[in-house]
Design a protein around this ligand. Sequence first.
Ligand code: ADP
Ligand code: MG
Length: 255
Amino acid sequence: MNDPIIRFDNVVKRFGDHTVLDELNFDIRKGEKVTIIGPSGSGKSTVLRILMTLEGIEGGVVHVGGEPLWHEHGPVGLVPASQAHLHRMRGQLGMVFQQFNLFPHMTVLRNITEAPVKVLGLGKAEARDRAEELLELVGLSDHAQKYPHQLSGGQQQRVGIARALAMRPNILLFDEPTSALDPELVGEVLNVIGQLSEEHDLTMLLVTHEMRFAREISDRILFFDQGRIVEEGSPAQLFTSPQRERTREFLGSEL
Ligand code: ADP
Ligand code: MG
């Protein structure tokens, strides 16, 4: 549980002249469950998108599993990472999106088997067996042949979780996985995430506004504001006795 599996080292991210992440530093250890909270626009999704290599960075280094994500050391210092390197690094991570992002024209089963077959080169039968196990895990065994539009939002998101797990990531990222759901469907998705949080080998980085849930499952909370970590600590510290005025103000507004 001691090696950092994710490390942001003075990471700078800009969109035009807007600096979104301003020399951001943090570490996440293997197996840790960490929740990022913070106001809209504070850079939470950007952190996850950088880890998924959906965004580049303008400064600093991101390490995943002890290796730099975007740059490698070459004969002349840091050189841009190769596609093969990015592909291998990305394989360690899975992401669950706010808007589910399922393929609408594919069945639930195919949504889950597609990437393992195409990207990992798994045999179809093996991918299907694995998908069926995962559907059981998320409580959707009876829905394998349905299309996303035939499912509720909560069911679609549970497929999204199964799909991310099908790639056997070491690290699972969640970007406000329940924000698009009707309130009565939030619990079923949180239950699945809560179950996953008990897997000791799986590292989880979660962005959510579900403060009670974050408190229950997280080892550590990072409070973001304007592309910086204002405060971090155990859920008990951060929620019960926040040290910074900005944290108190944010938590007050979320209650
Ligand atoms: P959060 O997830 O905390 O709400 P984001 O990481 O999505 O915040 O965004 C942080 C800031 O970066 C916001 O000001 C947002 O408008 C800006 N931003 C995010 N993505 C882009 C983009 N593709 N182009 C320009 N600005 C962006
Ligand atoms: Mg966001």
